[in-house]
Each structure stands twice: as structure tokens, then as C-alpha cells.
Design a protein. Structure first.
Length: 303
């Protein structure tokens, strides 16, 4: 009951300060309720579900990664194409059909030189067969179990596919991710407006850090475009940035989803990130991922 009460207070807190455009104001007369919409935004699982669908359903993918020097010159690149398969007993494996690397992205023994590149490889081009599911489970368990690197990977997944939720066990930034909580509301400008995204009419929700509040936030900007009927996330764009004595980062991400046969599926993911952690070399890395030719029937597209 306490958690529910806190969630309700956070929802009402945002609703009191949100900016509404003419569309939203007129829509309220047709049954649109701001509090109800914010609750849907706050409780959204469609964005994370799309990520699980990408890990689950067979498809083809094409990726590119670039590592930059401090002066913005290119240090190394890698291009890949791959086909993802799914067996009838829900075991996924990936076949890399093309790879071209230019520069020092890997060490001589084949290990990655950069943590971001390793994360990218593990999340989008995993090695070996893996049992997969597109059913949503307790994401907190993923954050507290496993090795240190497994926890980092889980945290990166949360940053990418569930921004706006508090991330436990992350010093200095975990509670600053919770953009709907009462203690974070004063630091943001919130807005709800009508917009077109990927050729579709959508309802957009955005929050932007107020000038002068940068030290108090991690999510500097976040905009989600929701389908007006299903409230699925059609598109999401966000920037995360923070600076501490132990580490600093500034990353921007764009995710575009598509819907096929009742399933929400990532179509395009663009990422640009700069990380600087104590005792590690700074990393400035871009990557892009394009997914298509999803096959959505059980047992199809198998090896």
C-alpha cells in the first residue's frame, strides 16, 4: 500500500506541472485524462517488451560501431551482419554472416579493448546458444545476481530499455533516474503533446532538465512517442549525463519500434556515448543497429 501511495503521489506531482498543448486540452473533453496517461507512461512495459521480442524472434540485423579519439577522429570501426535463429524449444543462436574491422577495437587475443563495445557485442550479438523468452520477468533479479560484469550489462540494459526507473545498486545515480518520483519533479519541465513519429499520429510525453538543475539529474532529456490507442512506445529518444569523482558519462540514444502481427519490435537503435571511469581509458563510441525480416511464428526460421 505504501508503494502504491508513493506512485500515486508521483503521478499527481507530474500532472500538476505538465504543459499541455491545444490538442491535449481538447482531447480531455473526449475522455483523455492527464493522470491516467501519466500512469500509463510510468507503468509502461511495452518498450522493454520490444527488447525481449528482439532477443526472442528470428530476424536479420546489421550493425556498425565506431570508436573515436578525443579529437573526434576515428580510431576504429566494425561492421557486421548476422542472422538470428530460434529453435522450437526456445533456444536462440546467432550466425555472423559478415564482419569487417578497421582499427584497434580488439586486443591481439581477441578480447574487447572497450567496455561499451563488449556490452554492445554481448547484448546484440551474443555468442553461443541461449535459452530465451519474451515474457517479462522480475528485472530487479537481473541486477543483483551474477558476476560484476553481468551486473554492469544488466544496468546498461536498464539504462537503454527502461529509462526513467530507479536503478538499484548504482552509486550516486540510481535514485536520480526516477523522473516521476516526488523528489525529482522540481528539476524537470514536463510536456504532453500531439506529434507525428515514423509516419504515425502519436501522443508524445517529454521531460527536460530545467536550466541550472543539471547536477541533480541523470536523464537530461527524454521523449517517448506513444500510439494513441495501444499506448505502445513507437519511438523513444533520450540523453543521459552525469559527472562524479569516480566516473562521468554523456550518452544519447534513439530507439524506433515497429509493429508486426501484434508484436512490438525494435527496428532501429542509434547510440552515441562518452564514458570516463576512474582507472580506465575514456571511451567515445557510436553504434547503430538495424533489424528487419522478423519471423514471428513459433518454430519457423530455424536451422
Amino acid at each position: 500500500m505504501i508503494a502504491s501511495a508513493n506512485a500515486a503521489r508521483g503521478q499527481e506531482g507530474v500532472a500538476k506541472v505538465v504543459n499541455l498543448d491545444a490538442f491535449t486540452v481538447s482531447a480531455r473533453t473526449e475522455g483523455f485524462e492527464v493522470n491516467d496517461f501519466i500512469r500509463k507512461v510510468r507503468e509502461d512495459t511495452t518498450f522493454y517488451k520490444a527488447f525481449l521480442n528482439m532477443r526472442y524472434f528470428p530476424h536479420k540485423k546489421k550493425g556498425h560501431i565506431t570508436v573515436f579519439e578525443k579529437d573526434a577522429s576515428e580510431k576504429g570501426t566494425m561492421d557486421r551482419t548476422a542472422v538470428q535463429y530460434l529453435s522450437t524449444d526456445e533456444v536462440m543462436h546467432l550466425e555472423i554472416t559478415f564482419e569487417e574491422t578497421n582499427g584497434r577495437i580488439r586486443k591481439r587475443n581477441g578480447d574487447w579493448r572497450y567496455l561499451t563495445a563488449e556490452m554492445y557485442d554481448d547484448i546484440f550479438f551474443p555468442e553461443g546458444p541461449q535459452r530465451v523468452s519474451n515474457r517479462i520477468v522480475n528485472k530487479e533479479q537481473e541486477l543483483v545476481s551474477g558476476s560484476r560484469i553481468d551486473k554492469h550489462k544488466a544496468q546498461l540494459k536498464r539504462l537503454m530499455f527502461n529509462p526513467g526507473a530507479e536503478i538499484g545498486n548504482v552509486p550516486f545515480i540510481g535514485d536520480k533516474m526516477a523522473i516521476f518520483d516526488d523528489h525529482m519533479v522540481p528539476y524537470y519541465d514536463y510536456a504532453i503533446y500531439n506529434d507525428v513519429a515514423e509516419g504515425e499520429e502519436t501522443i508524445a510525453f517529454s521531460c527536460v532538465t530545467k536550466p541550472g538543475s543539471e547536477d541533480d539529474t541523470v536523464i537530461r532529456e527524454l521523449t517517448s512517442w506513444f500510439h494513441p490507442d495501444t499506448y505502445e512506445v513507437v519511438k523513444r529518444e533520450y540523453r543521459l549525463a552525469h559527472n562524479t569523482l569516480l566516473f562521468s558519462f554523456d550518452i544519447s540514444t534513439l530507439v524506433v519500434n515497429t509493429r508486426r502481427e501484434g508484436h512490438l519490435l525494435p527496428r532501429k537503435i542509434l547510440y552515441r556515448g562518452q564514458w570516463n571511469a576512474l582507472f580506465r581509458k575514456p571511451e567515445i563510441i557510436d553504434f547503430s543497429l538495424f533489424c528487419d525480416e522478423y519471423i514471428l511464428r513459433a518454430g519457423s526460421y530455424t536451422d
